[in-house]
Every structure is written in C-alpha cells, then in structure tokens.
Design a protein around this ligand. Structure first.
Ligand SMILES: [Zn+2]
Length: 287
C-alpha cells in the first residue's frame, strides 16, 4: 500500500497540500513526516503554487509564505523549519538545538553544502527540497533520532543513503537493524531515461550490491536505445539501504512518480527545468 497518503484539505487554495508518511505517523503521534504537493501556495507560474525552493528564481516572500503554510498545516512553529543548502553531494550534518530554524527564510543562513540532515533534538523540523530527486527518510524509534537525505542520481551513486545510516550510528548510536527508512515521491523509471554518463556510474555500484548478496526486487536499469536506459533510483536506494544493514521489512517505498503526476507534483525533467520544489520534512515533537 502507498505509504505517502494525500491528506485531503478543506481549503485547497489556501492550505498546503500534504502527503503524510502514514505508517510512521500513525505508529508514533509525536513524529511528523511527509512530502508537500504543488497545490495550496501563493507562488505565480511557473512555480505555481506551493513552491518551497528559495533557489529557483521565485519571489522570496512567496516561498516564505508557502513554508509558513507548511508549518501551519503541521501545527508546528515556523521557527522550527531547518534547511541545508543542497549541492548534490553526500555530506551529512548533525543539527543541534542551536541550529534550529537555519535556512527557513534565507539561503544565507542555511546549513552550507549538505544534502543530508539528522537530529535527535525534539522540536527541530528537518526540511529538504525536490523536483524529481529522491527524498530519503530515516527514523530510529529506539534512539529517538531522525534524518532526511536528498538523493538525485549523484547522491545515490555517492551512497548518501548508506552514509546517513553510518552517521546516525556514529553520532546517536543507532543500529541499522533498528532504523526505519522511507523512499518518497520522486521520478519513476517510467520517466527517467539517462545516458551512458550516468549508467557508467550506476553499473559498478550495482555490481557491488550484487556481490554483497542484496536481492533485487526490481531491475534498476531498463535498456532503451543504444547508450541509454531508464533507471529506477528508488529501487537503487532501497538496495543501498539493505546493503547498509536496514531490514527490507523496515523500508517504505512510494509509488508516486513526480514525472507522471504533474497534477500533484513539480517535475524538473517534465517541465523543462522551470518549476517549483516540493519539501520533505521530518521531526519529533518536544515533550
Ligand atoms: Zn513516471
């Protein structure tokens, strides 16, 4: 069953459209996690309307209002939103209470050069931004720690999923077998054709995964014309998570394709680059 469930709004024009990570938030009422849709914001075309990205040429004030709508819809304070400056890298940053709120209304205060954020502080809402790339969520209910990682093809082949699991272990003492993971709405292999430049980076990683004995559930590469293929980044990240020690039964996998469902999501690839960004979020309420 699809883990990211569209929460119906009573006021679709004025309320952030949300996809809640239902299995987790139902299990733990103090946890919030999910993904925003494209409706319910104030941005004009081509960012209409719930654009969460400050880096795409949209009016800053509109983006900040959209982010405030996210906080309001979650019943969290806007001051809790904490963002990194994403660079398609693989750095993982620990967020303490003093970092809470960084990057929420300005890129200059965002945590620099990082695509993964983690925290064990209640009251911190980690947020990162997407238009086709794969949002990865991590939650250790025992150690009470959470993380978010942004994985495009570059972050995926740099194994940001594994590096996040390892960083949670080093910093918070999380054991991989206790960590829960989720792979959110992003571009599916139906819509994601790449060339040899990308395929040549993916193939060695697939070999390594096979050597490690991780069973594939679905093919990661589906060949198309010579030198090209469709790749399944969600499945590749799932296999990297399993290689890192996460139990297959602890991984939630979204079926939503951002390329197919432009009615609900922004898609960088399908909209020729000029579009908005969705946000992933995760946080634990203070006690
Ligand atoms: Zn698709």
């Amino acid at each position: 069953m699809e883990p990211f469930v569209h929460r119906r709004s009573r006021d679709e024009a004025n309320e952030a459209s949300l996809f809640l990570l239902n299995p987790w938030v139902k299990e733990d009422e103090t946890l919030t996690a999910g993904f925003t849709g494209r409706a319910g914001g104030v941005s004009a075309a081509p960012w209409s309307s719930l654009n969460m990205g400050l880096h795409v040429g949209d009016d800053n004030a509109a983006v900040v209002e959209n982010r405030r709508r996210l906080a309001k819809a979650l019943d969290w304070g806007f001051e809790a939103l904490t963002c990194g400056e994403q660079v398609h890298g693989c750095a993982v940053q620990a967020i303490g209470a003093a970092d809470a709120g960084r990057g929420r209304d300005s890129r200059t205060t965002a945590v620099p050069d990082t695509d993964a954020l983690m925290t064990d502080e209640p009251g911190v809402l980690l947020v990162s931004f997407y238009a086709d790339c794969v949002p990865l969520y991590f939650w250790d209910p025992l150690r009470r720690a959470v993380a978010l990682a942004h994985a495009g093809w570059k972050g995926t082949v740099l194994e940001i999923a594994r590096l996040t699991v390892e960083a949670m272990g080093e910093r918070y003492g999380c054991k991989p077998e206790h960590i829960r993971a989720a792979i959110g709405p992003s571009i599916g292999d139906c819509c994601y054709e790449v060339d040899d430049n990308v395929l040549s980076r993916v193939r060695p990683l697939l070999q390594e995964i096979q050597t490690a004995g991780v069973a594939a559930e679905a093919e990661v590469i589906r060949p198309s014309e010579p030198g090209h293929g469709f790749i399944n980044l969600k499945e590749l990240n799932r296999q990297i998570m399993i290689k890192a020690g996460i139990l297959p039964t602890h991984i939630e996998l979204s079926e939503w394709c951002t390329g197919c469902r432009r009615d609900l999501f922004f898609s960088h690839r399908m909209e020729g680059g000029a579009t908005g960004r969705m946000a992933s979020w995760i946080g634990m309420e203070g006690r």
